[in-house]
Design a protein around this ligand. Structure first.
Ligand code: AMP
Length: 277
């Protein structure tokens, strides 16, 4: 069942809730791959009813060309979701989500500021705004998000805490191709050659984490990792950093759970990844 309007979505969810069912939502921008499907499968196991949303949210694109080039494959997405057995796909038009006169923006402080927030101005405001709206539209009890977008997951958790939203956030493991590359809709845009080199980002992060645990000073570890990624054929490294996994502040306290996050360009495609350290 593909729903296009908030009214139809609301009517369907009201029916499910009246029957006492727990509703899970998996927000996506479509061009689905096994990473997305792992979220949908988990929601399927844990919730009575599952909605997957497919909406390429213009507000979270700071780069107009990226928005234009973003893959759109709805028919194929619907076929993949059918194999998981989701109950509904909510795929609204842009005007349904942002009708004329829409003027509100949700801005999460703190965790939104560094890394992706610093390099993609407005990106997390766009994410926070659309996620707040999707929770409002779906009235979901649980929201499923991937650790692939680690900082986004922390932004969503902060948002839910700060605004007392009645939704439980479930963070799901990153799904990777066999060679280690984190699955991403943007991987489709890589040439064969670039695709072959792309796993170097994850490999460099694993190497860096190992060196850090072995006692090599952090600055040196990160410098080596950036150099390795470039040497392996990436065109630019925006960042490879080690941060507190919850606050996104620079890692200081060795006791806190830390996360290494990276963003790098290859073949005009911006890839991000992260690992536990
Ligand atoms: P997107 O369509 O890129 O906005 O992603 C929708 C959701 O799927 C987000 O919560 C992502 O973190 C998650 N996701 C994307 N890629 C992966 C992956 N490789 N493994 C796990 N989750 C993912």
């Amino acid at each position: 069942m593909i729903l296009r309007t908030v009214a139809d979505l609301r009517a369907q969810v009201a029916e499910w809730k009246a029957a006492g069912q727990v509703v899970g939502v998996v927000p996506t921008m479509g061009a689905l791959h096994d990473g997305h499907l792992s979220l949908a499968r988990r929601a399927r196991r844990e919730c009575g009813r599952v909605i997957t949303t497919i909406f390429v949210n213009p507000k979270q694109f700071n780069n107009p060309e990226d928005l234009l080039k973003y893959p759109r494959t709805e028919e194929n997405d619907a076929a993949l979701l059918a194999t998981v057995g989701v109950d509904a796909i909510f795929a609204p038009a842009v005007e349904e989500v942002y009708p004329a006169g829409f003027v509100t923006s949700v801005s999460v402080g703190g965790v939104s500021a560094p890394l992706e927030g610093a390099l993609r101005p407005g990106h997390f405001d766009g994410v926070a705004t659309v996620v707040t709206k999707l929770f409002g539209m779906t009235q979901a009890d649980r929201g499923y998000f991937g650790q692939k977008d680690w900082q986004q997951l922390q932004v969503v958790r902060q948002l839910v805490r700060d605004l007392n939203l009645k939704v439980e956030i479930v963070g799901c493991e990153t799904v990777r191709d066999p060679d280690g590359l984190a699955m991403s809709s943007r991987n489709q845009r890589l040439s064969g050659q670039a695709r072959a080199k792309a796993p170097a980002l994850y490999a460099a992060m694993l190497g860096a984490a190992r060196q850090f645990r072995d006692g090599v000073p952090l600055a040196q570890v990160l410098d080596r990792a950036r150099a390795a990624v470039l040497a392996e054929g990436f065109d630019a490294v925006e960042y490879i950093e080690l941060v507190d996994g919850e606050t996104m502040l620079p890692a200081r306290d060795l006791g806190a759970p830390m996360r290494m996050l990276a963003a790098a360009w290859i073949d005009d495609v911006r890839l991000i990844d992260n690992i536990a350290v």
